[in-house]
Structures are given as C-alpha cells and as structure tokens.
Design a protein around this ligand. Structure first.
Ligand code: ARG
Length: 264
C-alpha cells in the first residue's frame, strides 16, 4: 500500500474557500508540522509506504494531496479545481504523476467548460465501486464522461457546506463497509449509498471532529479525533485504531485522510 503526501512547509490558511477557513484564526505552523510528521510516522508504522511531492510556495493547500486527482492502477484522472486559489496546484501534481509513469487521462489546461473535479477528496473506491461525491466542489457532470470512470458508480450528492468533500463525511472501510455521516447527503443519496454498502454512522459532533476523514490501511485506521464509541465500533469490526490530532488542519477544513492520496 502506498500513499502520496506533501510536506507542510508552506501550509497555512491565507484565504477562505470553505466554512471552516477563517483567515483571522492563525495556524500554529510548528504544531502543524508536528501533526503532519506524526501522521507520516503512524502511516509508516503500519507498514504502508509514502511517496512525497515537493511543496511549492504560494500553494498552501497543496498539503491536501487527496485533491490532486484520482489514481486507478496506472491511470490518473487529474483534478480540475473549482477555486483559483487551488488551480495552480494542478501543474505540479500533473508533473509528479507523469514522472511517476502514470497515464494521465485528462490533459492540462482544462477548458473553461470542463466540469470541476477534486479527485479522491470526492471520489472514493470501495473495492471496484466508485462512490462519486458532488455538490460543492466536484460537479456531477464530470462523472458523465464516458470511458473515464468505472461502470459501477454510485452518485453521492452532498448537502451540508461543512461537509463539502465526500471524504469529510464518508469513509470506505472495506469493500462492503463504510463509515458515514448520513445527514451530509440528500435523502436520495442516502438511499443509494445504503443499497450498495453497509454503513456505520457517526454522530454530528463526531462528524464535526472529522471522524470520517480517516486513513484506512487494511486493518489499521488513523482517525483525527478520539471517540470511545467509534473506537469500540471499529474494534468490533477488527480494526486497530490510531489517533493523530489534526487541530491545525481542521482550520483549513481538512484532516488525516485529506493529507494523503492512495496510490496503490
Ligand atoms: N482548504 C482545502 C480546500 O478547501 C481543504 C481540502 C481538504 N481536502 C479534502 N480532501 N477534503 O480545498
């Protein structure tokens, strides 16, 4: 198992593109570095590997590699970021994936009519089924492109601006089980999702602590917040729990999972 991460050298909250971000609330940068390093070390301790992309000054959200694109085997669907504040990250991610030998299915520059897509922040595999989030960043139309996405695709429409990426409220744990915060979805999407996967629900406060933004590495789960209830629930399903505090990244609307991108 291998993940892509970006060191937080230039991380900070310098603009506001989701309701968690507030430029007047300062980020403790040394603490952000410590939290990132603990996450990195915890991932390695489970036996997973990590590749790093060089951080670039001026792109503070580049740490959130989940949004780089959606890798699938040797292919990559590159993101088309919604906000100009992040669009400049795309050429760096493109170059990294090209260098790593990936076949990139959509070229740069994106045309102005291309719908937005924010990678594995919004599109999550459980086995070969793709849970396709949209509503705030990614546009549903992006998934309609023929030949790009797998045929087994479950549309997941998001409704709560605090849970603006699918990975903030939905976390596949195995091919057949996911953890989620149901209120973040339209009622139709709640039905669709439950028809395709078993779910463990988190409560509102747990969701607000980004409980669903967990890194799943086989039977190891890294969560940004400790909850006895969730820990018990996951342990009953055979998972080993690790907690990595992410206070400085919550200020940008992200946590553990957003800081990683699953490569293989
Ligand atoms: N500040 C970033 C943004 O709004 C946070 C991204 C979090 N990433 C994620 N996969 N949920 O784009």
């Amino acid at each position: 198992m291998k993940l892509l991460m970006c060191p937080p050298d230039y991380y900070g909250v310098t603009y506001e593109i989701n309701p968690w971000m507030n430029i007047r609330q300062s980020v403790d940068h040394p603490l952000a570095v410590k939290q990132w390093e603990k996450l990195y070390d915890t991932i390695l301790s489970t036996g997973a590997k990590v590749d790093l992309i060089t951080p670039i000054l001026g792109w503070p959200d580049m740490v959130f590699t989940a949004n780089a694109g959606l890798p699938h085997r040797h292919d990559l669907i590159l993101s088309h970021f919604k906000y100009k504040e992040r669009q400049g990250e795309a050429p760096y991610f493109y170059a990294w994936f090209k260098e790593a030998g990936y076949h990139i299915l959509n070229a740069l520059p994106h045309s102005s009519t291309t719908p937005f897509f924010e990678g594995a922040g919004d599109a999550l595999f459980a086995g070969e089924t793709l849970f396709a989030g949209y509503g705030f960043r990614t546009e549903r139309a992006f998934y309609q492109q023929s030949g790009v996405f797998p045929s087994s695709l479950i549309h997941c429409e998001l409704t709560d601006p605090y849970f603006y990426h699918l990975d903030t409220c939905f976390c596949p744990l195995t091919d057949t089980l996911a953890m989620w915060y149901p209120d973040a979805f339209t009622s139709q999407s709640q039905i669709n999702i439950q028809q395709h996967i078993d779910v463990l629900s988190v409560e509102k406060e747990e969701a607000a602590g980004f409980a669903c933004n967990a890194v799943v590495l086989d039977k190891h789960i890294i969560l940004p917040t400790h909850s006895d209830r969730i820990a018990r629930l996951l342990e009953q399903h055979g998972f080993t729990i690790h907690v990595c505090e992410m206070s400085e990244y919550l200020k940008a609307g992200g946590a553990c999972k957003c800081l990683t991108l699953r490569l293989s």
